[in-house]
Design a protein around this ligand. Structure first.
Ligand code: UN1
Length: 549
């Protein structure tokens, strides 16, 4: 599918914008690209932060992009460029900015398959899921294009005559967005689309290992929106340089809001840094998402959901299932069925019909190995013909493709979990699901909350009273009844509590509070200085009055 005279994906087309995407043949006969940061419309061809190879995790010999990494200075430069563009963008009428979002949505839709293919190649997300991810951008644009004609403020009555009160939503200014690579285009759009719609200029720092997908989305946003230079800036850099650059930019007053999706550990550091500048970041962090299966549950449904939410995206969603908490009466039945379904699940080449493909990148494989090291002798492992990396020596029955070509891991169900286990308490980003029993709902709720995260939680029950008791008791920001922990829709508030975030919410109308600040205005046209609380008329109430029987 072509866009702007070139293709995002495929072989044989030339450059997209000057030197932006220089296609070269690599060993696999595929094209790869040189990807750079873009600040105020200029490509930053230097690589002060070094060069990074983004490879296909399903076929690691295939280089998807050569990435020129920037430095802390480059990040700060981008923030300065965004600040310089700030007034001209916020002066564009909001309905016109809404039209820009409408065009972006259409351009993304027209490029959906190319973008999804690129996402699949770069981070190994199964193609059907990658298409869903692109759909999530379009959904986000569909929601916010109309918000350009609303972005409502209020008229509020005054306590005095001939005076009127108003509220306005003002853009915050410059937004720095730092995103993970598991949703390399959808989750960034949750920040970028509303931030731009609200009249902010943006510096976006995506995950390095998803640079090609990020650069493609950047092009669709800039070209689709007709965004002037400096309104959206892309910085490709590693975490340390980004953090140092953010520190500089905050110190100079060039960043007014930070949006961050990533680990709880880094989120805490970002929260600390922004706190020093009296800012509160929008933090979307990890999860240890529980699913409670009650005796009245439809077990087939619960098994299907556990499979999808535990192993879909190779368990690398922040909303992925962490622990199934299953009632003792149905524990054996559920465990047997989940084991069977997981053994049968197709794993492998993400361009085929699989439940999941490779890890996002080698670094996630290495980290997952550490989590597997938390398995204890008293745990029982189910779900596959092995544990750990899938290889010729450690095969997975029914694997689709060549496991040795990429970074593929067996799905692992860990039963016999105990509350003190690290596997129960910590997020284990990867294809691993824990399972433990409970006897009454209060215990299930306590276990659901015990790890201290609070992103997403699910319950399978046919009893409405149980559903509502669970909703009330669970600390998660998002609750599913008879649905998976993952797969939130793009216009409901998304976000978590505890180790999953600082209470900020993305998506729908709720995210507007992240990217705008309320300004109140009062206008006195009485011709006199009417003092609030003092020059206020008082009516005489007879509070001693009582009805007589
Ligand atoms: C994430 O993993 O950071 O609810 C976001 C879901 C997706 C978004 C996940 N819509 O699973």
């Amino acid at each position: 599918m072509s866009w702007a005279g070139a293709q995002i994906d495929g072989i044989g087309s030339d450059t997209c914008s000057g030197s932006m995407i220089l296609r070269q043949r690599n060993g696999m006969g595929r094209m790869n690209r040189n990807i750079t940061s873009v600040i105020a419309g200029n490509e930053e061809t230097g690589a002060p932060g070094g060069r990074f190879r983004s490879v296909n995790p399903a076929a690691t010999s295939e280089v998807v992009a050569e990435v020129a990494l920037g430095s802390a200075k480059m990040f700060a430069d981008a923030a300065r460029a965004a600040r310089a563009a700030k007034l001209s963008w916020s002066d564009v009428p909001a309905p016109v900015r809404g039209r820009a979002i409408a065009h972006i949505g259409r351009l993304v839709e027209a490029n959906a398959e190319s973008l999804a293919r690129l996402v699949t190649r770069e981070i190994g997300k199964p193609y059907a899921e990658a298409l869903g991810e692109v759909r999530e951008i379009v959904d986000t644009c569909d929601f916010f294009l109309g918000e350009g004609r609303r972005l409502y403020g209020q008229t509020v009555p005054s306590e005095m005559p001939d005076k009127q009160l108003f509220t306005f939503r003002n853009p915050v200014g410059v937004v720095a967005v730092i995103t993970a690579g598991n949703f390399p285009v959808a989750v960034p759009s949750w920040y970028l689309v509303p931030a731009l719609l609200c009249g902010n200029c943006v510096v976006w720092k995506p995950a390095e290992y998803a640079s090609a997908s990020a650069r493609a989305l950047y092009e669709l946003l800039v070209r689709g929106g007709g965004l002037p230079d400096g309104v959206l800036n892309l910085v490709l850099a590693d975490g340390d340089e980004t953090f140092a650059g953010l520190d500089i930019a905050l110190g100079e007053g060039c960043v007014d809001k930070v949006g961050f999706t990533g680990s709880s550990k880094v989120g805490a550091r970002i929260g600390e840094l922004t706190g020093r500048h009296l800012q509160s970041a929008c933090l979307e962090l990890g999860g240890k998402n529980p699913m409670v299966v009650t005796p009245s549950a439809d077990i087939d449904l619960a098994v299907a959901a556990a499979l999808f939410s535990g192993f879909g995206t190779a368990g690398q969603r922040c909303t992925s299932l962490g622990t199934v908490i299953v009632h003792e009466d149905v524990r054996e039945e559920f465990t047997g069925q989940l084991d069977e379904a997981t053994r049968q699940a197709p794993v492998g080449d993400p361009f085929r019909d699989v439940v999941y493909g490779p890890m996002l990148n080698a670094r996630f494989g290495r980290r997952f190995e550490e989590y597997l090291g938390w398995i204890q002798p008293y745990h029982r492992l189910l779900g596959s013909t092995g544990t750990g990396r899938i290889t010729a020596r450690n095969p997975r029955e029914g694997f689709l493709g060549d496991p040795e070509a990429g970074i593929f891991y067996h799905p692992t169900i860990v039963t016999g979990l105990r509350e003190e286990d690290a596997l129960f308490r910590e997020e284990t980003f990867g294809p691993l699901v824990g399972l433990m029993g409970y006897r009454d709902l209060d215990e299930a709720i306590r276990l659901a909350n015990a790890p201290g995260y609070g992103l997403s939680a699910a319950i399978y029950t046919r009893d409405p009273a149980e559903a509502f008791r669970f909703r009330r008791g669970v600390s998660a920001g998002m609750v599913s009844i008879n649905n998976s922990t993952s797969g939130a829709e793009a216009h409901l508030p998304f976000g978590g509590n505890g180790k999953s975030g600082n209470g900020s919410r993305q998506s729908g109308i709720w995210v507007l509070d992240q990217f705008t600040r309320w300004q109140s205005m009062n206008w006195d046209y009485s011709g006199s200085l009417q003092k609030a609380q003092m020059d206020v008329a008082e009516l005489n109430a007879d509070e001693s009055y009582r009805l007589t029987d």
